[in-house]
Design a protein around this ligand. Structure first.
Ligand code: ITT
Length: 200
């Protein structure tokens, strides 16, 4: 196979330190170096899908740095809310605590068995020239708990209950979370593509 791009060093187009920590942890030993982005980085997420927004972030990071860039757009899709907050998961409220409280309030009359949800993660790689090289979207299914539990992870993790683990995402270690999460699944697919030399 012919290596079409040098894709061993990428900039991660995020301001979310928790995403960076999780992804760096998973990339240990892979030979892929991930750089954080310096300073203010907040491109307007005007896309209607996770993939479109992941592209917008990666495109902007590639433009600023001149490096290949990885974008991650993720969020929570709640079935009883018709898929909300979806791509607005970050904009739903201003802090994690407020986001969780609003979610629990919106679901207060939704009974057990009707609280299914998915965490979704799209990852996109953009070349320094601004071309979309790769995209993947993966989901982790679970349920919205009735109250928060656990202190690991970030965001909606304390209310994302995994029946198979009898635990919320925030009760898992980072290693356990990464092994089943939307981000873990998307990253494993991304890494497989990267180590293949960036060929289809
Ligand atoms: P960047 O745009 O800079 O990457 P962000 O935090 O705004 O940072 P998103 O736009 O992708 O990222 O919004 C993701 C939202 O979904 C945000 O509120 C997160 O807390 C939440 N989220 C994403 N992944 C999550 C995870 O693994 N566990 C819990 N919540 C998560």
């Amino acid at each position: 196979m012919v290596m079409t791009q040098n894709l061993t060093k990428l900039v991660f187009a995020t301001q979310n330190k928790n995403k960076l920590t999780e992804v760096k942890n998973m990339l240990e030993g892979s030979g892929i170096e991930l750089l954080g982005i310096e300073g203010e980085f907040n491109p307007e997420e005007t896309g209607g899908t996770f993939e479109e927004n992941a592209f917008i972030k990666a495109y902007e990071a590639a433009r600023i740095t001149g490096l290949p860039a990885l974008g991650d757009d993720s969020g929570l899709v709640v079935d009883a809310l018709g898929g909300r907050p979806g791509v607005f998961s970050s904009r739903y409220e201003k802090t994690d605590e407020k986001r969780i409280n609003r979610l629990l309030e919106e679901l207060k009359d939704v009974g057990p068995g009707k609280r299914s949800a998915g965490f979704v993660c799209s990852m996109v790689i953009v070349s320094p020239e601004g071309k979309k090289l790769f995209a993947v979207t993966r989901t982790c299914r679970g349920e919205i708990a009735f109250s928060p539990s656990g202190s690991h992870g970030f965001g909606y993790d304390p209310v994302f209950y995994l029946p198979g683990k009898n635990a919320t995402m925030a009760e898992l270690t980072m290693k356990e979370k990464n092994s089943i999460s939307h981000r873990g699944k998307a990253l494993r697919k991304t890494v497989a593509w990267l180590v293949s030399g960036g060929n289809d």
